[in-house]
Design a protein around this ligand. Structure first.
Ligand code: DLL
Length: 433
């Protein structure tokens, strides 16, 4: 696939030997590391002693299925450090992600964990086609969020010059991109679209490494077209390490899981049964080398599929599809399951609709009601002129993709919330109020 700004961006390697390791060797390594991790959790995490008492040390990779799932509630119940497997003084760093209910989810790293994490992110950046010596504008938030510091360390590990801008202050970000002329950028995809509203097409960027929130193929096309760069999907979650669990290469052929460190399974959202390759289900991840906070069969809630076919670039590690939704951000409208990503997908196919939208969910009596708020693209005309026809086109697109009719309102261009660098919540759920 051609990068749009002057030539093909080719996937590189940070650790070719590991990244192209024959699968039988990789699986032997995984089994050895899995067994060690299970033994460590049993011995050093008292909170899981009872739960794991009857779980045998796996003698094959399928043995992982005897281990119960770990859920977000386990982290909350053992807040802040109750699931750590090393003494507090060996924890060199903590991160946390905002919880939905007050207390954050806290995770910890030893010095070796931080090195491993940086190596995973370095593989992501090199695979995305970023070369040592290039500059990376890092607009992920620095702080408790894993995005900023995670990408920062990976860039340094890969020999990439990093500009630690963090999130927010879009004016300054635009100035720095113009003045420093970085070849690459990392930020959320919604923030890349915010920047694209102001940056000229002939900018210096060639590669964007975007993630931390769901985005669609159509959104990728828009970002690539508006910024004339390739846009590569990076995935991760703080509970498992942060960014760098999986990432596309410049080929954009699925997200390669760093399988020597994280063991992926796809399971049925209701039964928990392990699904076959290609089937969509919940991604469950087990850390294979983490020391401070080893995690067994973590229920990510993220829905995707998996393949173990080798990648076009020669990588042998399994690949996951883009995240198609979460098992828990699903909105049920008149019995139909609706994911924000489906709405986004439908919207991006409507000619005059901007890629900014919000889902407002209200409850009338016992019925949930969904209103989709959209904006026309700049220059499409005033809301008075085109509002009615745009809302009809969007309703039609939503009816054909969701199978139900939903109300659509058209807002003034620029009025819906934009990403300020952090994750953008597209759902305004007023049922809880
Ligand atoms: O978002 C880590 C990260 C930082 C990933 C920077 C990529 C880039 P958390 O704040 O713990 O960690 O949120 C994790 O975000 O379970 C997914 O639901 C969602 N998510 C992360 N990456 C993607 C992606 C970071 N590429 C949660 N596509 C995960 C879809 C994503 N969803």
């Amino acid at each position: 696939m051609a990068g749009s700004n002057g030539g093909r961006i080719a996937p590189g390697f940070h650790d070719r030997t590991i990244e192209t390791m024959p699968r039988p060797e990789l699986e032997a390594l995984q089994l050895q590391r899995l067994s060690a991790t299970v033994d460590v959790v049993k011995a050093r995490v008292p909170a899981f002693k009872d739960r794991l008492a009857n779980v045998p040390t796996p003698s094959s990779l399928d043995g992982i299925r005897d281990i119960p799932f770990t859920k977000k509630s386990d982290l909350r119940d053992n807040y802040p450090f109750g699931l750590f497997a090393v003494p507090r003084e060996e924890v060199k760093r903590v991160h946390a992600s905002s919880g939905t209910t007050g207390k954050p989810t806290v995770v910890g790293y030893t010095a070796e964990d931080l090195t491993m994490w940086a190596q995973c992110v370095a593989r992501c950046l090199r695979g995305a086609g970023i070369e040592p010596g290039w500059m990376l504008h890092n607009a992920y938030g620095y702080g408790l969020f894993t995005g900023g510091l995670g990408l920062h360390a990976g860039a340094e590990e890969a020999g990439i010059s990093v500009v630690p801008v963090s999130g927010g202050n879009t004016e300054r970000q635009l100035m720095l991109i113009e003045d420093f002329a970085p070849e690459s950028i990392c930020c959320t995809p919604s923030y890349a679209l915010t920047l694209a509203e102001h940056l000229p097409k002939n900018n210096s960027l060639r590669v964007g490494v975007l993630g931390a929130e769901p985005w669609s193929e159509l959104m990728r096309e828009q970002i690539e077209e508006k910024l004339s760069m390739i846009a590569v999907n990076i995935y991760g979650l703080s509970e498992v390490i942060g960014p760098g669990v999986a990432c596309e290469t410049a080929d954009r052929a699925g997200l390669v899981v760093m399988e020597d460190h994280f063991y992926p399974e796809i399971v049925h959202p209701e039964t928990g049964e392990v699904l076959d390759e290609g089937e969509v289900g919940v991604l469950v991840l087990t850390s294979l080398t983490k020391q401070a906070f080893p995690i067994l069969r973590y229920w990510t809630g993220d829905l995707c599929s998996l393949t173990r076919e080798p990648s076009p670039c020669g990588r042998t590690h399994a690949r996951i599809s883009s995240i198609v939704g979460r098992s828990d951000d699903m909105i049920v409208i008149r019995g139909v399951n609706v994911y924000p990503s489906q709405v986004e997908h439908a919207l991006l196919g409507v000619e005059l609709a901007a890629p900014h939208f919000r889902l407002v969910v209200t409850r009338e009596g016992t019925l949930d009601n969904l209103v989709v708020e959209v904006e026309p693209i700049d220059g499409a005309g005033s809301v008075d002129d085109i509002g009615t026809s745009l809302s009809r086109s969007v309703s039609d697109a939503l009816r054909s993709s969701l199978g139900i009719g939903v109300a659509v309102t058209v807002a003034e261009p620029g009025s819906l919330p934009r990403s300020e660098g952090g994750k953008l919540s597209r759902v305004d759920d007023r049922r809880k109020l």
